[in-house]
Design a protein around this ligand. Structure first.
Ligand SMILES: [Zn+2]
Length: 387
């Protein structure tokens, strides 16, 4: 055998091993299901495909939890994990499903909105595949996802993504981003079908308030804020002022741009009767100039480079040695969502939405996120679902 052939064979073996090991890890991640314990407030569990048959049997289908009170009122929808690389959103969805009690009206929660994106990763940034949250009964492991649906599920990407129905030209990558494919269409791309199903859900279930949860870079101006559609801006402003006064954290209001299409806070307001809000919590992990993208950075948000930038006033949020821990991010999402329900109910008392037993900002900062997750091994089989 010639020397060149031996080198080629050795290289082929090495490449085969790398591809095999990485492929097995990604396969395992894609099929790793996270248990969620439906709490005492959950009255029924449906699927997103109930509102768009073209989603049935696809990886875009996902659980929809209904928490219905016996006292009539309005209906709210919480959409989490639009971007599964912003896990403060998904964790807030879990906290709601496992703890919330509807006192009046109905709450609907979709904990894993972009299921395909939650089962892939963001290539090239060295993301961890999993992270774990400490609880009293051990660690609860979650998948860390990507920003867009996996190319395994939606391929190929277009050269330019043409938004439906506005025809606005967007980046090719946004074809897989379920915060650019609203209001969607029933026979479109997987991501368009996911958004269409949620639009149909909002129209058929008469949703009054829709809240899309996110996390954003500390160097990005639209962070630590409530983005609101023009019809929802007064409620957003009142919620922002109230949490600042009563719970001592800032969350400013950003108006939804009128001419930027595909975003939840624009299209939900334009294509349904619901008042849409999008919440951004500061997420240092997503900032570009940080150290390695470790699980520690994801959970505590501590980074020396960001600290240095903060001293140079380059960040849009206050940032100290404390970082920006997960419990603060989930705490903000819980408190702001509750306050939006509260403000909406004051303005529209005949459509009031009252939710109890959800921890607020101070509770989460004191007890940690894990204090609000229930042990799946102790749960009745009828309460156990998988995300
Ligand atoms: Zn996001």
């Amino acid at each position: 055998m010639s020397r060149t052939l031996m080198i080629k064979l050795a290289l082929a073996v090495v490449i085969g091993l790398v591809v095999g090991v990485a492929g097995a890890q990604l396969y395992e991640h894609r099929h790793f299901d996270v248990p969620i314990v439906a709490g005492p407030g959950v009255t029924r569990v449906g699927r997103l495909s109930d509102y768009c048959p073209n989603l049935k049997g696809t990886i875009g289908d996902t659980n929809v939890f209904f928490l219905e009170s016996s006292i009539p009122g309005g209906t709210a929808l919480i959409i989490a994990s639009t971007h599964p690389n912003e896990p403060c959103a998904g964790l807030t969805g879990f906290v709601y499903v496992e703890n919330a009690i509807p006192e009046q009206g109905t709450l609907i929660v979709i904990p894993t909105f972009n299921n395909s994106a939650s089962r892939g990763t963001w290539q090239g940034d060295g993301y961890p595949l999993y992270f774990a949250i400490e609880t009293a009964w051990g660690e609860k492991t979650f998948r860390m996802g990507g920003r867009g649906a996996s190319q395994v599920d939606q391929w190929p990407d277009p050269d330019v993504f043409v938004h439906y129905p506005e025809g606005q030209l967007l980046s090719y990558i946004d074809a897989r981003n379920t915060n650019r494919t609203w209001p969607g269409r029933p026979d479109g791309l997987l991501t368009e079908r996911v958004c269409y199903a949620a639009m149909e859900l909002m129209r058929r279930e008469s949703v009054d308030v829709a809240i899309d949860l996110h996390g954003a870079e500390t160097m990005f101006p639209v962070t630590n804020c409530i983005v609101a559609h023009d019809k929802a801006i007064r409620i957003a402003a009142m919620a922002s002022l109230t949490v600042k006064m009563q719970e001592k954290f800032a969350n400013h209001v950003e108006p939804s741009p009128m001419s930027f299409h595909g975003l939840s806070h624009r299209e939900i307001g334009d294509y349904s009767d619901a008042f849409p809000f999008l919440l951004e919590a500061p997420l240092p992990f997503l900032d570009q100039p940080t150290g390695p993208k470790t699980v520690e950075l994801l959970l505590d948000g501590k980074d020396e480079f960001l600290l240095s930038l903060s001293r140079q006033k380059r960040l849009f949020v206050p940032y100290t040695e404390e970082g920006w821990p997960m419990e603060k991010r989930v705490g903000q999402h819980c408190s702001v969502t509750l306050e939006i329900f509260n403000q909406f109910s004051k303005k529209y008392p005949d459509r009031a939405i009252q939710i109890s037993s959800v921890p607020k900002y101070a509770d989460l900062v004191e007890n940690g996120v894990g204090a609000y997750f229930h042990d799946p091994s102790e749960a009745a089989a009828s309460c156990l679902y998988y995300e």
